[in-house]
Design a protein around this ligand. Structure first.
Ligand SMILES: C[S@@+](CC[C@H](N)C(=O)[O-])C[C@H]1O[C@@H](n2cnc3c(N)ncnc32)[C@H](O)[C@@H]1O
Length: 301
């Protein structure tokens, strides 16, 4: 239940000002920011006491208890927004509901819910036709696809990029719940050409993986660059003749463009791994590059 003291004039002023600051700095809507501020502040008894006794917002805003509460709130929101996906259990629940769905309409709703539950695909949905158009121009002649760090993107591609149904599409990710969603999608739609497997990059490439015509490394290179830079060379040995790599134009959490930084990371990956960039495009949320393994860039596999 909502605490009544949150409606005291001073509390309302403080909450509105904190929420406004958060919405300006982070990619969160003002209403969501306000709800988060109220949720966190209402559990803070010391802050409640300070707000009840204050004559104006400034009296509270200079107190340590307020500054600490605001800092904790920023930290929590930042880490929350940076996660690829929301509730830990949401994707498993949705995978279960997709398996249980027995009519096309419910299946369609579950697929849309899964796409929206993962930040990488959620952002892409607004620009999906341009995204699919670029992939079409670059990969329609491919027959075998390897999607590395796939998240739930194979659901979008299997539905909207018909040429990806060509012969074989292998989807790999360390996130077991994302893989479960891809597997549930393949099962519920009877797609035997789509295989999903839990796998992590530090296992290197499975021996049995033949060379693929096309590898998708969508929004993956910048993540590996940030988190496991040593593994970029493994990524460069992906068993595929051509690769589509991509990065984001905006950060998941903070407002502002990260396009220059992501583009530089993608270019340095191509350079470091000796892959040749043969095309570059962008959508509203994503920078995409098509790389090719030339005779000089062939790495022992
Ligand atoms: C930014 S998301 C992109 C998801 C998807 N490719 C897309 O564009 O919609 C990065 C994905 O890479 C996966 N990932 C990150 N590091 C990984 C690793 N070392 N091995 C396997 N998967 C990894 C994450 O689990 C996550 O699903």
């Amino acid at each position: 239940m909502r605490a009544e003291w949150l409606d005291l004039p001073v509390a309302r002023e403080v909450i509105a000002s904190v929420a406004e600051g958060l919405a300006a700095r982070y990619r969160v809507e003002p209403d969501t920011a306000r709800r988060e501020v109220e949720r966190i502040f209402s559990a803070n008894r010391e802050l409640e006491k300070a707000l009840r006794g204050a004559a104006c917002a400034r009296d509270v805003e200079r107190l340590r208890v307020f500054k600490e509460a605001e800092k904790a709130l920023r930290k929590e929101l930042y880490y929350d927004l940076r996660r690829y996906r929301g509730e830990k259990s949401a994707l498993s629940d949705l995978a279960g509901r997709l398996r249980a769905a027995n009519d096309p309409e419910t299946r369609g709703q579950m697929v849309e819910a899964i796409l929206a539950a993962h930040a990488s695909t959620r952002e892409r949905l607004l620009h999906r036709s341009r995204f699919i158009g670029i992939l079409a121009a670059w990969s329609t002649s491919a027959r075998t696809f390897l999607d590395v760090g796939c998240g739930v993107a194979p659901l979008l591609l299997a539905r909207e990029a018909p040429w990806c149904r060509a012969a074989a599409y292998t989807a790999l990710d360390r996130d077991a719940q994302a893989i479960d969603c891809v597997a549930a999608f393949a099962e519920s739609h009877g797609l035997d050409w789509l295989k999903a497997r839990t796998w992590t990059l530090n296992e290197d490439w499975p021996e049995e993986d033949a060379r693929y015509d096309m590898a998708f490394l969508l929004k993956l290179v910048p993540v590996i660059h940030r988190q496991e830079r040593d593994l970029l060379d493994v990524l460069g040995r992906v068993p595929a003749h051509r690769l589509i790599i991509s990065g984001s134009r905006e950060a998941l959490a903070k407002r502002g463009s990260i396009e220059r930084r992501e583009r530089a990371v993608l270019r340095s990956f191509a350079e470091r791994t000796g892959l040749t960039c043969i095309a570059e495009e962008e959508t509203g949320d994503e920078i995409l590059m098509l790389l090719e393994r030339t005779p000089h860039s062939v790495v022992e596999m």
